[in-house]
Design a binder for this molecule. Sequence first.
Ligand SMILES: C[S@@+](CC[C@H](N)C(=O)[O-])C[C@H]1O[C@@H](n2cnc3c(N)ncnc32)[C@H](O)[C@@H]1O
Length: 241
Amino acid sequence: MAVSGTKPKPEFTEAESSAWVRDMFGRVAPRYDLLNRILSMQIDRVWRWRTARILKPWLGPRARVLDLCCGTGDLLVALEAVAPARYIGADFCFPMLVRTNEKSSAPLMEADGLHLPLQSNSLDLVTIGFGFRNFVNYRGGLEELLRVLKPGGHLAILEFTQPPNRLVRGFMGFWNRYVMDPIGRLVSGQGDAYQYLPESVSRFPDAPLLARMMGEQGFTQVSFRYFDAGIVALHLGQKPL
Ligand SMILES: C[S@@+](CC[C@H](N)C(=O)[O-])C[C@H]1O[C@@H](n2cnc3c(N)ncnc32)[C@H](O)[C@@H]1O
């Protein structure tokens, strides 16, 4: 596979990419929710609610659930509304966690998804909404998530993807270039961030490839479904029993 992880600049090492991504999310954190609502026309909310409803069978008062890359907490809040569980939120960007803390009473951790300060075999479910794409090492990330899941535990990755339909792909290219980039720059004041975000989607493995990588890293029962003509995909996988 050509893409091993996100790389905001071709010359960056993994450590430099990771620091850049963390800093960039820190800069956009104050306007992140507002921009999400404007740029997706509220559809991002529907994607998270749909995901939470799909995951409902794995939630419950005894389930230990990590929402990794929780950002401002929108996926965590959607999960909490669907069913009670022992939720934890984690993100490596402190300004994002501050926003989650305003919305959820779940315990929060400032942690890198590639090196989680959690015991092996300790979680029933890990969810990641629009965060996995920003990992500097996708295989390393999958390995770490497999480590912390209990045997039989599930991983759910909700992420932007390459729409399989050429026309939808073309429309998304237009949207990113002529709508997302200028509005993102204007509202956030962070031009490089709203250039990076669509670029990172175009470099991210497409849905079938991500599913294959999950299988190669040891997940079983791997499946994915597209939402809304394949703008985003929800991948599911299970740690073998
Ligand atoms: C686009 S936001 C998504 C937030 C939220 N899950 C949502 O659905 O809106 C991506 C988040 O992933 C976090 N992130 C990216 N790479 C990470 C890593 N390696 N470890 C922990 N958090 C990471 C960023 O700090 C950011 O808050």
